[in-house]
Design a protein around this ligand. Sequence first.
Ligand code: NDP
Length: 244
Amino acid sequence: MNTTLQGKVALVTGASSGIGEATALALSAAGARVAIGARRADRLKLLTGRAPGEMLALDLDVTDQESVRAAVAATVERFGALDILVNNAGVMLSGPIAGADTAEWTRMVQTNLLGSMYTVHAALPHLLERRGVVLQVSSTSGRTASAYSGVYAATKFGVNAFSEALRQEVTAQGVRVVVVEPGFVATELAGHITDPAMRAAAREMAGSMRTLRPEDIAAAVLYAVTQPEHVAVNELLIRPTDQT
Ligand code: NDP
């Protein structure tokens, strides 16, 4: 067994599918004890059954501050500490700005931006205690906005801004902040888009290239969180080779 992360405790949000699921498995395979949170409890239960190490499933809705605080508390209660936060839960509801259903904007901001910030807030005291790592799953959309992803990009630009401020506040205390910015990864993410034209465009894009797999991002996360304590990998931008 790989014991690189032996003795470490991780919390992965949005672990019921895609990047979060693959990352939780990778951290577990590296020896960490891993708490996994999301709303689909059935999916989390299946994942705990596949984990190579100890894994704790938690009901988590990142838009609900109480739920976030409870998940962090349950992690620390069960495993005694928190060393690595993988702040990954997110939704992408692409579409044009004109005529948009603004409830979708609210959902993206509440999940991707506020939810991510609530999670850092709740986890930070424990991470400071352990000189831990905050790993923020952002996106290429956190660096470059494009038509039909205005609000999603705004949330990810927000994640990047928050992360840089956080880095400046906590790096002297030994907490490392890592921003991971994936390009197109084959996951369920685009399946939640309600605009039929946008969903079709996402499907077409997926079919036009060799997309990244969730495991590719999990490998990047593992690289970042297994560096020696004096090395802070602050930003990782990972695109499919075929994505322009
Ligand atoms: P998935 O849709 O497969 O995973 C999204 C995860 O977020 C699910 O586990 C979902 O769980 C969880 N989630 C959504 N809303 C909430 C909520 N309110 N509370 C808790 N968990 C929630 O997509 P990905 O794996 O692709 O997405 C993971 C992250 O990666 C996102 O932040 C996304 O923006 C980012 N990303 C993805 C890219 C891609 O191409 N796929 C590219 C760049 C970034 P549940 O529904 O069970 O709550």
